[in-house]
Structures are given as structure tokens and as C-alpha cells.
Ligand binder design. Structure first.
Ligand SMILES: Cc1ncc(COP(=O)(O)O)c(C=O)c1O
Length: 450
């Protein structure tokens, strides 16, 4: 792999396993808030903000009117604390939705509501620390690195995360997929939980059925929680463009859901579905951290869940909307990125990101981010998604993440500027070299037990 001439702060001399000097999630959220002030000048292809879809927003507005028009509903939402695990009717509606979607035997007492899924993760880490006790250092296995930037700094330093690079495997012209590397995973000896997002953030890739069932089996054998992050997955918002594999239930399963990617990030509503015992402990931590979750998200969504309207909205509006946007983004890449250089896109199964791999990028991805930002285009540098002890350093500076939850003209302009910038930054090379770039990506990873 070409060594970059980067001068950025998160340089390749960064010690393995240390937290990045810049906190990725903070930089990302700052970038996300900034263009709101001058939207015409910035192409915001960074961040994880959901799209503004008028048909979806009309439903939220209608629900707000219904709440306001009710004799008491609005006052109940704003003037009362909810119970620490959230309002009972919402817990029932979520449990019913999960039963229907996955066939899991879950009821109200399996569910906890939090102030956003990010907060749920924070509480889950507290729970794991509690189980781990003072004698041992917590270790959370990320079996599919690159993984969501928002976990990286959840638990302070030293990081509890142990990252295993999922091999980038070419799947077709300009396409690849990060696949779980079982040989590498098998030798990781001790850990207290397994955590994975599916569809993945940043990759947009779904776990394959076989990967999911092996991870579940593994969690059962090791008696550790398997934390599945479905912020973009089923039962809602279900932004997935191929059939989703069955998700097996076990007493080790911890499913994290969110209302954010439906288009309600401002309401900060996250949901955890797990065993009643674990749910009870999470509710206790919820009370400690926040007293209670907010009630507006549950109030808006409960009747939509009960009537099936939410499912129809996801299936008939959200999913086709994002699928169309994804296809446009892929077409813009073909139009504007250098045809005579190597670049690959992760198979975009779901969520609303394209994860791009430039094996011959001659600067770091962070430098590319800075250059693009100076030209008014915001993306996310891929290095933030490679973290945790054991995560390989060689790979991390050759990837970027683009969000396609943007209007067409913004998407086109942003990708055009990216293509222009890459003309001088990608080595010209035959499409598929005899020596696979995959080897460069994986060679630095080693794992030792605890
Ligand atoms: C994979 C993943 N998990 C969790 C979250 C946090 O979502 P929330 O807005 O519910 O805190 C995000 C947000 O971008 C995400 O992408």
C-alpha cells in the first residue's frame, strides 16, 4: 500500500489502540451543525443525519397535531417524568413489533427506552463494567472493523474495544465487502461482549445470515452479550435494500434500536431489547444517568407502531427513497471519479452511506477530508472507524464515508468536487492488479489474548 504524505494530527505514528487525538464523533457532530447556518455553500456528505423527506415529515406533523388536539396528551408528555424504562404503551408496541419482525418471545419487560441510542450504548458499557467488576479490564470485541465512530470514545481510556479487521474482499467491478475474518477472530481469547452494527456504519453492509448465526452461537458458547446495533435496520427504520437474514434470539442478545434514522433525531429516543434482567439493570442506569427518557418520541410513534402505519412508512416511503438516492450516488461516482484509477465501493446493502476505498490514495483520508472541506464539501475520514486494540493501522487512511441522505444537486456537486480532487491524488493503475490490495490492508493485524 502506498504510504501517504500526510501531515495531519492522527498520523500513522499513532500508537495502536490509543484513542484518536481528535474525537471523531465530536468533529463529525460539529461539521454536521455548521452548515445549517449557511446551507447554500456547503455540500454536507458527512454526518449521519437522516434525510428530510416531506411525506415522512407530514406524518410527524400530523401526529403532533393529534397530540396537541387531545385533551391531555400534550400536558402528559411535557409535564410528567416517564418511568425510568419508558412509557408502558410504547414498550408494548415495540415488543409487538420485534415479535412480529423476528419472532422473538419478547414482552414489555424486555424493552427499555433511552435518550437516544448513543446514550443506550453508554449505559450498556456501564452495565458491562458492573458485570466485569474491578478486578479485570473490560474488553468488548468489535468483530467487523471498520465500525461505528460513535462507540470509539464511549468508555474513555484505555479503550475497552478490541477490533478485528473484517477483510475487504472484492465482489465485482468497483465493489468489495468487509467479511468477518474467522481465523483472526478465533484467536482472540477473552472478551466480555461482542458488538456490531448491521447495516454497518460506515459500510452500509448487512451481516450475512451465516455470520449472524455464528456470532450468536459464539456469544452463547462464551456466555457474553451480543450487542446488535440496528439503528438503520429492522424492525424500523429498516433502510435495507436486500432481504435481511433472520436474527436469532438468545438470552445473550442485546438489540439496540433508535427513532433517529426514521427522521426524528431531535427527539433523542433509543430503545434496547434484551432479557428482562438486563433490561431492569439498564433501567436502573437510565435513572442514574437521566432520571427518565423523554416522552415525545414514544408519544408520536406509539399509535403508528400499533396501527402498522410505521411499517408501511418504512417500506413504502423511506426505503425506496434511500434506494433511489443510493443509485444516483453510485451513478455520480461512475461519472466523476477517475476511470483510470483504482477505487471501490462497499456493497451498499442499507443505511445511507457509501464507504469508498482508495488503495492508491497518495495522501491520508484525513488530508483528503481537509482538502474537500476547504472546497465546501464535507465527508468523514475513514481513519476514525478503525479503532480498538488490534485494529490495523495500515488500512485506516485509505477510506472515506459519504452520506447520500442529501438532495440530488448537493450529492452531484459534492461527488464532482471529490472526483476532481482525486484526479491528482490517486495513482493511475490497471483496475485489478495481480497483487491484491486486500493483502496490504490486512497484513499488519495481529491478536493476542488478554
Ligand atoms: C450505528 C449507529 N448506532 C447508534 C447511533 C446513535 O443514534 P441516536 O441518534 O439514536 O443516538 C448512530 C447515529 O448515527 C449510528 O449510526
Amino acid at each position: 500500500m502506498v504510504t501517504g504524505s500526510s501531515t495531519h494530527k492522527c498520523s500513522q505514528s499513532e500508537p495502536m489502540g490509543d484513542r484518536p487525538q481528535t474525537i471523531g464523533i465530536e468533529e463529525l457532530m460539529r461539521d454536521l451543525a455548521e452548515p445549517g447556518r449557511r446551507p447554500s455553500q456547503v455540500c454536507m456528505l458527512g454526518g449521519g443525519a437522516p434525510a428530510r423527506i416531506s411525506e415522512v415529515e407530514a406524518v410527524w406533523r400530523r401526529r403532533m397535531r393529534e397530540i396537541l388536539d387531545d385533551a391531555d396528551a400534550f400536558e402528559r408528555v411535557v409535564a410528567c417524568y416517564e418511568p425510568p424504562r419508558g412509557p408502558a404503551e410504547f414498550l408494548d408496541a415495540v415488543a409487538a413489533s420485534v415479535r412480529q419482525c423476528f419472532g422473538w418471545p419478547v414482552q414489555r419487560d424486555h424493552v427499555v427506552v433511552t435518550n437516544g441510542s448513543q446514550s443506550a450504548w453508554f449505559l450498556i458499557v456501564q452495565l458491562l463494567r458492573e458485570s466485569c467488576g474491578a478486578k479485570r479490564t473490560l474488553r468488548i470485541l468489535l468483530p467487523r472493523v471498520p465500525e461505528y465512530i460513535g462507540y470509539a470514545d464511549l468508555a474513555g481510556s484505555p479503550t475497552p474495544f478490541v477490533g478485528a479487521l473484517a477483510d475487504p474482499v472484492p465482489t465485482g467491478s468497483r465493489r468489495f465487502r468487509h467479511q468477518l475474518a474467522w481465523d483472526r477472530l478465533r484467536v482472540i481469547e477473552a472478551f466480555d461482549a461482542i458488538a456490531v452494527s448491521s447495516p454497518g456504519n460506515p459500510t452500509g453492509g448487512l451481516l450475512e445470515a451465516e455470520e449472524l448465526s455464528r456470532l450468536t452461537q459464539w456469544a452463547i458458547e462464551r456466555k457474553v452479550p451480543l450487542i446488535l446495533d440496528h439503528a438503520y435496520g429492522p424492525p424500523f427504520p429498516s433502510i435495507v435494500f436486500r432481504s435481511t437474514p433472520p436474527v436469532p434470539w438468545s438470552p445473550h442478545t442485546v438489540l439496540c434500536l433508535s427513532l433517529s434514522k426514521l427522521g426524528l433525531p431531535g427527539l433523542r429516543t433509543g430503545i434496547v431489547v434484551t432479557t428482562p434482567e438486563r433490561a431492569e439493570r439498564l433501567a436502573r442506569w437510565n435513572a442514574v444517568a437521566a432520571l427518565a427518557p423523554g416522552g415525545l418520541g414514544p408519544a408520536i410513534v406509539t399509535p403508528l407502531l400499533r396501527s402498522g402505519e410505521l411499517e408501511r412508512l418504512c417500506h413504502d416511503v423511506l426505503r425506496p427513497w434511500y434506494r433511489e438516492r443510493r443509485d444516483r450516488a453510485l451513478a455520480f461516482l461512475d461519472e466523476y471519479l477517475p476511470a483510470d484509477a483504482e477505487w471501490y465501493v462497499h456493497e451498499p446493502d442499507g443505511a445511507f452511506f457509501l464507504w469508498l476505498w482508495f488503495p492508491t490514495l497518495t495522501v491520508s483520508s484525513y488530508e483528503l477530508y481537509q482538502r474537500l472541506k476547504a472546497k465546501g464539501v464535507v465527508i468523514v475520514s475513514g481513519h476514525y472507524f478503525f479503532y480498538g486494540r488490534g485494529s490495523p493501522r495500515a488500512a485506516r487512511h485509505r477510506f472515506i464515508r459519504l452520506s447520500y441522505a442529501q438532495p440530488d444537486d448537493v450529492l452531484r456537486r459534492g461527488i464532482q468536487v471529490l472526483g476532481h480532487e482525486l484526479q491528482s491524488l490517486l495513482r493511475k493503475a490497471p483496475r485489478f492488479r495481480s497483487k491484491s490490495p486486500v493483502a496490504d490492508c490486512t497484513k499488519s493485524q495481529t491478536h493476542r489474548g488478554r
